[in-house]
Unconditional design. Structure first.
Ligand code: NAD
Length: 281
């Protein structure tokens, strides 16, 4: 294996330490930060994530409540909960957990989250503000990709970046954040013709398709930096990314799954809760 491993664990620990210090200051000032997670599913992976976020929040001294509306929840139930939490001065951050009950779109529901509490940048207003250069919370996963690149001093400016995936929560905001840092950005998706021909031009390749081992050695230029955002469950209960581990023979740097973007995402989400609490009137 030649590639440098872009572990997110130490970076995440540093971000959590900073968030915990900020949370303690806010608590001392009478404004203990609090995060609310709204779920409407009986999906096991989702339940695991919601629990693990709770233990990370507790360690950082951030209050945490889960509003489990169950898989039979209607869009109105979810929107009413989000609107109520948006109006609750004791709550500073609100997230909605995916998957949602059939046919519901996250962006539509997340419009009910006050943008000042939209710590995972899912309200379309947050994305619009981000794209137009106004202050807004970025989706934590997208921000985690940039943090990981910065931590390992991987230059972004002027580099050719290719993002595989165009969702509103990962692909599009990552592409935008890279563009904002003066990369030349292409976005690939399920209808892209000859994916490998595009991805092989990348200095920085971000894989966010949710497709196990989609990116193989033939997709990557020698020496490229590859950030694997994908999290794909395996039949034995494990998790693999979108990038074949053999890519490490070709790439200059590669983020692992698990242990790359994931822990940084959680840590940044907690930091954004403290920022929301600090900004609250
Ligand atoms: P999504 O399903 O909403 O979007 C996937 C995107 O990939 C789509 O735009 C689609 O066009 C594209 N795509 C799918 N198959 C493709 C193919 N064969 N070739 C090219 N493009 C293809 O998923 P998402 O919510 O954006 O998440 C993407 C991945 O990131 C998933 O594995 C998800 O679990 C993971 N994720 C990880 C974190 C984290 O913190 N590590 C957070 C959020 C999402």
């Amino acid at each position: 294996m030649n590639a440098v491993t872009l572990s997110g664990r130490e970076l995440a620990a540093d971000i959590r330490t900073g968030a915990a210090a900020r949370a303690a200051e806010l608590a001392a000032a009478g404004r203990p930060p609090r995060l609310a997670a709204v779920t409407a599913t009986d999906d096991e992976a989702s339940a695991w994530y919601v629990r693990s976020l709770g233990s990370s929040a507790a360690k950082a001294g951030i209050g945490y409540d889960v509003y489990d509306l169950g898989p039979a929840a209607t869009a109105e139930d979810i929107e009413a909960t989000l609107a109520r939490l948006s109006g609750d001065p004791a709550v500073h951050g609100i997230i909605v957990q995916s998957p949602l009950p059939g046919g519901m779109r996250l962006a539509g529901l997340a419009a009910a989250i006050d943008p000042a509490k939209d710590v995972d940048g899912t309200n379309p207003v947050s994305l619009g503000r981000l794209m137009t250069g106004l202050p807004a919370f970025a989706p934590a996963t997208a921000a985690a990709v940039i943090s990981l690149l910065d931590r390992y001093r991987i230059a972004i400016e002027g580099r050719r970046a290719v993002v595989v995936g165009r969702s509103a929560v990962v692909g599009k905001p990552v592409a935008h954040l890279l563009l904002d840092r003066d990369a030349t950005v292409s976005i690939c998706h399920s209808r892209t013709r000859d994916l490998a021909a595009v991805t092989a031009q990348a200095d920085i390749l971000v894989a966010a398709a949710g497709h196990a081992r989609l990116i193989g050695t033939g997709h990557v230029a020698r020496g490229a930096t590859v950030i694997d955002v994908g999290t794909n469950a395996t039949s034995d209960g494990g998790m693999v990314g979108d990038v074949d581990p053999e890519v490490a023979e070709i790439a200059g740097a590669l983020s692992p799954v698990p242990g790359g973007v994931g822990p940084v995402t959680t840590a940044l989400l907690l930091r954004q809760v403290t920022e929301a609490a600090a900004g609250a009137a």
